[in-house]
Design a protein around this ligand. Structure first.
Ligand code: ZN
Length: 159
């Protein structure tokens, strides 16, 4: 495959348009707005700095209800994963990977690490190992919706 004619796009598509769109509500809107700007954020409690994802109305550590969105680096480690061989929707490439990624929150002021359910793209399940380094891969669905997926971090593979 020649890449010269088709330079690497800013974002790629890994899932078909027939996938359900994210459900957005008052609590998740700041997260999805940041995603549309390709910034990955977690909800951080202003009272105790507890970080959580997905966004929720109440801090699970102190029951506070005032939050900021803390921007994280987009790096993380593979906490767990599974390969899905049954399609959710038509035109879906199989198998695909559902994963939980532990996000690197260093330098964010967050009091704890955060795990995010996501997908690992551009990798076969045989390539994956728990604890591998991963990095964000944005999937732009529209001008207002981008979804955070993850890829294996190429730098760590060379070690
Ligand atoms: Zn709190």
């Amino acid at each position: 495959m020649s890449r010269a004619k088709n330079p690497t796009p800013e974002t790629e598509r890994w899932f078909p348009n027939s996938m359900p769109a994210p459900m957005v509500d008052h609590h998740t809107l700041p997260f999805w707005e940041a995603c549309s700007e390709h910034r990955l954020t977690v909800q951080r409690c202003t009272a105790c700095n507890h970080a959580q994802h997905p966004p929720a109305p109440i801090c699970s550590a102190c029951r506070g209800n005032d939050f900021e969105q803390a921007e994280v680096s987009g790096k993380g480690t593979l906490y767990t994963y599974t390969a899905v061989h049954q399609p959710i929707t038509y035109e879906e490439k199989l198998p695909f990977i559902i994963a939980v990624v532990e996000l690197d929150v260093s330098g964010t002021g967050c009091a704890n690490s955060v795990r995010m359910m996501t997908n690992i793209v551009d990798a076969d399940d045989g390539d994956l190992r728990i604890g591998q380094a991963v990095v964000i891969a944005w999937e732009k669905v529209s001008d207002s919706v981008s979804i955070p997926r993850f890829k294996l971090d190429g730098l760590s593979l060379q070690q």
